[in-house]
Design a protein around this ligand. Structure first.
Ligand SMILES: C[S@@+](CC[C@H](N)C(=O)[O-])C[C@H]1O[C@@H](n2cnc3c(N)ncnc32)[C@H](O)[C@@H]1O
Length: 198
């Protein structure tokens, strides 16, 4: 039986994708993968790519792992760790092809904005972790967080915004997106491409 849980020997060691999957190749990360609906569909659709879900809640990690094992998906792993710690301290620079950050908690109150993952000092961390031409894909139902991300990314000068039409490529709805859409909430999305630093 496949075991999709990834538990490193050392939380202070920098990881290459091959340390997680045993091989190199296209590598995508789903930050805050939740119940894993998106992650597992992507892994099934793209067997040649490797997908790592990052999630801090143990119950969710266990649920995603057991569903990945039942489906026999050997290109997906789930790591219970805090998102920023993972990207800043554990991920080898330049190795993530696509970083998915989908329907996160928007921390809507102004006094809580400091809890949002996307901050001025987060964007260089994200930029460093992506491969050349790597992508950052973001979705939210919260207009305020959407505008916040657009503004921070534009001011960083580290990414260009790319088109992202609904059916431009295979991209399943996440569990939270399905819930928001059932409540008739709009979903905002943005796709950014890493620029080379000059
Ligand atoms: C609102 S849910 C969205 C889940 C999924 N992306 C979706 O759209 O269905 C946010 C998820 O991110 C996880 N999360 C929040 N902050 C995190 C952090 N700093 N590090 C790791 N996981 C985090 C939460 O536990 C939760 O499962």
């Amino acid at each position: 039986m496949i075991n999709p849980a990834f538990i490193p020997d050392d939380f202070f060691k920098v990881l290459a994708p091959s340390d997680i999957f045993g091989a190199d190749g296209p590598f995508e990360v789903d930050l805050g993968c939740g119940d894993g609906g998106f992650l597992l569909q992507m892994a099934a659709h793209y067997p040649e790519r490797r997908f790592l879900g990052i999630e801090r809640l143990l119950g969710r990690v266990r649920g995603v792992c057991s569903r990945a094992a039942v489906r026999g998906l050997d290109n997906v792993k789930v790591f219970r760790v805090e998102s920023r710690y993972f990207l800043e301290w554990m991920m080898q620079p330049g190795c993530i092809s696509r970083l998915h950050y989908l329907c996160p908690d928007p921390w809507p109150k102004e006094r809580h904005h400091k809890n949002r993952l996307v901050q001025e000092d987060f964007l260089p961390v994200l930029h460093r972790s992506l491969s050349d031409g790597g992508e950052f894909l973001f979705k939210t139902d919260h207009e305020g967080y959407f505008l916040w991300v657009l503004d921070h990314v534009a001011r960083s000068g580290l990414f260009s915004r790319a088109s992202w039409d609904e059916d431009e490529f295979f991209y399943p709805r996440t569990d939270f997106q399905l819930q928001w859409e059932a409540m008739r909430k709009p979903i905002y999305r943005a796709r950014f491409i890493k620029l080379q630093k000059v």
